[in-house]
Design a protein around this ligand. Structure first.
Ligand code: XMP
Length: 421
């Protein structure tokens, strides 16, 4: 990977918010990287940094032996071992005054460099990419496509657990608007047959994951590409590095996509592996991806599968899909979609008595969950307006056959998880 000029390396000596700090300095157009204090000095020098910032939370013990190897590099160094809180301006000033940074790192520049890198890495060969419709894989698809056009083939697997209109939306955007080679595989029946009678949450995840790899591998084999595009982003890499880990293991080595058969050895193309999520979104916007895709709520890989409690039937899955679409539609209409981190419906396999069309009914329950979070590690319940919840309830009960009751989940995380399974 080519070095980005004017790189500042933040050395993590025990600093909880170091990713946010790195991101805030990048917002001022100075490119930063985060490395643990256990990193070998040679690894730091591979990035040809213009300067170092030593970061620790107030009260974290000093580590003079670790400091010595960085001091020996004789690079301009800012010491923030007393805590980074409120120090973004100081850091930017240091980068400009002491390290010669011009503050010219922009997303336009990133895109230009990424396009050149992809072209030189791939040459005239083919790339295959698994498109999920999520932000990261979508942005990587748009970026690689801009670089090499029809040399890229995207594989979009419909596992039957997608949200309403999702397969249509992804095909509309990529195959039609972007004129991309898109291989759409409708494997719904295959997945739903395999999931028949499976009610244990972990088992469901395993079935979905294993089947997904198989379907993707079959489709990818037909493309016969030596390269695999992946939507790895910077936090994926940072979070896989232990602060106190083995210094030789500090750089994540990706050899292959998790679980692909041994005989499918791809070389990886990961053009956004040094970007934070918001930066990936910005690249996506600049490449012309629509907001409905870029600014969508996070959605788990096993999809509606883990929002349908218990064994999945086609009929009850259809109820969940419809109810979820109503929740999203009303949330958006009321201007609340972007005020929440995730808001969705859950299918509860419990039948209760009710009255529908003036007759006794005995039908299923849909739960609504709306949470806010910063990092999904903890979450708070959103107090959606009562009127909005009532509108959702009225529409679900009226429009979704088989459902006669709607409840609101008021459980924070912890003690609850965000998903029900
Ligand atoms: P939990 O339910 O663990 O969810 O509080 C935390 C965040 O992770 C998402 N999530 C998943 N994402 N595969 C994924 O890709 C999964 O199996 C999975 N389970 C949970 C969830 O939507 C939330 O944002």
């Amino acid at each position: 990977m080519k070095q980005t000029p004017e790189t500042i390396v933040l050395l993590n000596f025990g600093c909880e918010d170091i990713q946010k700090f790195a991101r805030a300095i990048r917002d001022r157009h100075i490119y930063t990287m985060v490395m643990p204090y256990t990193v070998p000095a040679e690894r730091v020098m591979q990035e040809a940094p213009a300067g170092l910032i030593v970061c620790a939370d107030d009260g974290v013990p000093a580590r003079p032996e670790a400091r010595a190897k960085f001091d020996a590099l004789k690079l301009p160094t800012l010491d923030l071992t007393g805590g980074i809180g409120g120090k973004v301006d100081d850091a930017v000033e240091f980068c400009k005054a002491k390290c010669g940074c011009t503050g010219s790192w922009t997303m336009e520049k990133f895109i230009d460099e990424a396009l050149a890198d992809i072209r030189s890495q791939v040459g005239d060969q083919k790339v295959v990419l698994g498109l999920s419709g999520g932000v990261d894989s979508s942005v990587v698809a748009a970026l690689i496509h801009k670089a090499i056009g029809k040399q890229l083939t995207c594989v979009f697997v419909n596992h039957g657990l997608l949200r309403k209109n999702e397969p249509e939306m992804v095909q509309e955007i990529f195959a039609r608007n972007f004129d991309m080679n898109l291989c759409y595989v409708d494997a719904s029946d295959r997945f739903l047959d395999k999931l028949k009678g499976v009610s244990d949450p972990e088992q469901k995840r395993k079935v979905i994951g294993k089947e997904f790899i198989e379907v993707f591998a079959e489709a990818a084999a037909k493309v016969d590409a030596p390269f695999l595009g992946q939507g790895t982003i910077y936090p994926d890499i940072l979070e896989s590095i232990p602060l106190d880990g083995n210094p030789n293991g500090v750089i994540k080595s990706h050899h292959n996509v998790g679980g692909l058969p041994e005989n499918m050895k791809f070389k990886l193309v990961e053009p956004v592996e040094r970007l934070f999520k918001d930066e990936v979104r910005e690249v996506g916007r600049m490449l012309g991806l629509p907001s409905e895709l870029i600014d969508r709520h996070p959605f788990p890989g096993p999809s509606l599968g883990v929002r349908h409690v218990g064994a999945i039937e086609r009929s009850t899955l259809a109820m969940l899909r419809e109810a979820n679409a109503i929740v999203t539609e009303e949330l958006t209409k009321a201007g609340w979609y972007h005020k929440t981190w995730q808001t969705f419906a859950i299918f509860v396999p419990v039948k209760t008595v009710g009255i529908k069309n003036h007759q006794r009914s005995y039908d299923y329950v849909i739960a609504i969950r709306s949470i806010n979070s910063v990092d999904a590690v903890t979450a708070q319940v959103v107090r959606l307006p009562w009127e909005l919840l009532e509108t959702m309830m009225e529409r679900i009960v009226k429009e979704v056959d088989g459902v006669n009751r709607v409840v609101y989940d008021i459980t924070a995380k912890p003690p609850g998880t965000i998903e029900w399974e």
